[in-house]
Write a protein of this length. Sequence first.
Lengths: 329, 505
Amino acid sequence: MNATVATPRPEALSTSRPVIHLDAVTKRFGAFDALRGVGLEVPRGQVFGLVGPSGCGKTTLVRVVVGLSVPTEGSATVLGQAPHDLSPDDRRRIGYAPQEFFLDPALTVKENCNFVASLYGLGWRTRRRRTTELLETLQLAEAHDRLARSLSGGMRRRLLLACALLHEPELLVVDEPTSGLDPLLRREVWDHLRGLSDRGVSILLTTQYLDEADSCDRVAVMEQGRTIASGTPVELRAQARHADILVFEVEQFPREDVGLLWRLDGVRNATATDGEVRVAVDDGAEATAFLTRWFSDHGATVLAVRTQLPTFDEVFIELVRSAEVDSLD
Amino acid sequence: MRPIIRTLSFFVKWLSEIARQPALMLLLVVGPFLVLLAFGRGVEIGGPKPRTIVVRTGEIDQPIDPLPEELSQFVDLVRETDDAQAARADLLAGRADAVLIVPRDPLLFLDQGQHVPLQVLIGEIDPVRASYARAFLRDQVATLNQQTIAKTITEAQATIEETGPIVEDAGGYLDRIQAARGDIDEVGRELTALRGALRPLIENAQSASSAALSLGSLLPGLRNTADQIDQLQSRLVELDATVGDLEAQVREAQTGDALPATSDIEDIRARLLEIQALAEDVQNIPAEVLSAPFELDLQQATPANLTFSEFYAPAVLALLIQHLSVSVAALSMSRTRLLNIVDLLRVAPVRASEVVVGHYLSYGTLALVVGFLLLGLMIWVLGVPVFGSWLLVLATIVAVTLTSLGIGFVTSLVTRSDQQATQVAMLFLLASIFFSGFAFSLDRITWPVRAVSYVLPSTYGIRTLQDVMLRGSHRHPEDLIVLAIAGAALMVLTMLLYRREVAPR
């Protein structure tokens, strides 16, 4: 999965005021807390990812940011103002592509672009130029006269993205931009988002694909309505107090015996594929010799050992575990 | 510039949608037109003659005379019977529209100075049709009465129309009596012949007097004529008595007596002339005039006599514009909500006023295009006249459209689903059919129900369009003012409700 996403810029930190600032934001629907004291800052010009499982509050947070929802408690500031109180001129500075399709299915791709561009007050020439550019970029040019209702899920997502970008916003808020896209399209969407970020557009996006977090400049991990960690991907890995990952290339090791590894002290996780056993351990240096001996004792031959960075899935799991432990404490 | 672009965005979007479905426009314009055309061509104003069973009461040894003969002009006579139960069963089974129960001998009632009872049973459950049937039957019975009376008077006049020749003959007898004075036998024969000549006149006068007095006791308007006939009959009886007295004198007289006296002959001659004058007076007035002294001369003060379709065309137009506007506007927000487009409108830099005006522009254009096309078809194909100001007609259509759109938009913003919005639009249509003056004129709708009428834009639209188009006058100029104020108020309310709708939650 890592192969499908773009690489973030080495350093995209900005010292200017954050474009989005949330301070202890809580959003309550009846007795249900969709957001619980969320605080985060999105620096200008960066790609900020909100990751977390479905239902963790990402979309609610996005709706607060674009002004569709008002926090029950806490405060939100977008472009220096409360998002639900933005003037039309400030709204023109924000592009929004929601998770759910909110364009008119009875209109064609081009008509929808035209409608959205008109809502943002773009003149005829600009509308035409931007529509052509974006449909080309997002590979929708050939579908320009197709009704939106006849588009595939992926095309709809790209159309939403195109419409969010028509007026060249300085802040782009995208909810699940790659949901339902095939790996190639995901890569293209990410390339496009990175390109926008390079041009100075600040981006807040949500994703369920944890590996995509590696493509963000900064990431907030959400779980059950709260942010359990926030920082650059590198910082999060550190924050996760992650295990070292040792990958053993082995022969004559039955895959079903991988469960035996779980019982060993210092082993957090172990998975086996054909010819490879991947073991997460507390201390890689100490465990390498020990585990090499353990494999030999079990009749297996270790051909090679290498260390690997944990995937973001593993980081996420670790962060969630830590958060659970913290909350128990 | 940007507010204009944003406002027009809704119009352009709507235009794109509508351009993709030309059948919709065709349906909206041609549909109501065809309905109106069929209505105008296929609905009879008077309706067919009611199928009627005549039930004769009493003995049935002779046909009813003269009523059935006249009745057949007004009703479609199914059959005559004396079985009232069977006739009633046929009525309830729908094999007849009415059962007419008439007495055996209607003239007997007249002779006794009583109305002839005509009992009519109808099987109509529709109160409008039942009301129409009652009015129709009352009218027909009045006509029947008039014809019956005319017939009786004609017969009475016919009986005394020989008065002139008989009086002339009687003059001849008097000449011969004058000449034969002294010849008692000859005078006696002539006097007997004179009485014989007067006899049928007296009998006819008695018969005519009897009939006329019967009618006169029922119809005060005929009393004068009845009195004249009675007077004629009395004069004839008195004359007969006078001549009889002379005849007796002559019979008892002796040959050579100069009887009757010349003064007696002249007296008889004078009374004969008086009788003739009386008879002429009775005959001078035609029976039709005597039976119906007042003749209705109904004239239209308005510019034209209208057909059904011409009369209803402006009402259909107003009703259609209202229904179309309310329906499309009522569904607008629920569709926007359903498709989640409302979120796009919330985040976009578009003001409530721009959204509302944009929607008015889009749906208003639809309603106005349909309205104007239908108006054109009505005028140039159905021949519906426009006697008044074209400008007022167009202004009324615009005012009804704007007000109805306002009702529709408010409905769409206070209802939470398509079904609710559709139901409200249907209720408006139903209320409009009953209370807007479309089916029943406003003056037949009593308060407080009439308040409902004044809530409906079509009430003002129908009244103004019918006045301006068909009367050529504008009798309620306040209607347009009411529509304009209501339209503006509804637009403001729509904006407020829209702001509430898109407010962050």
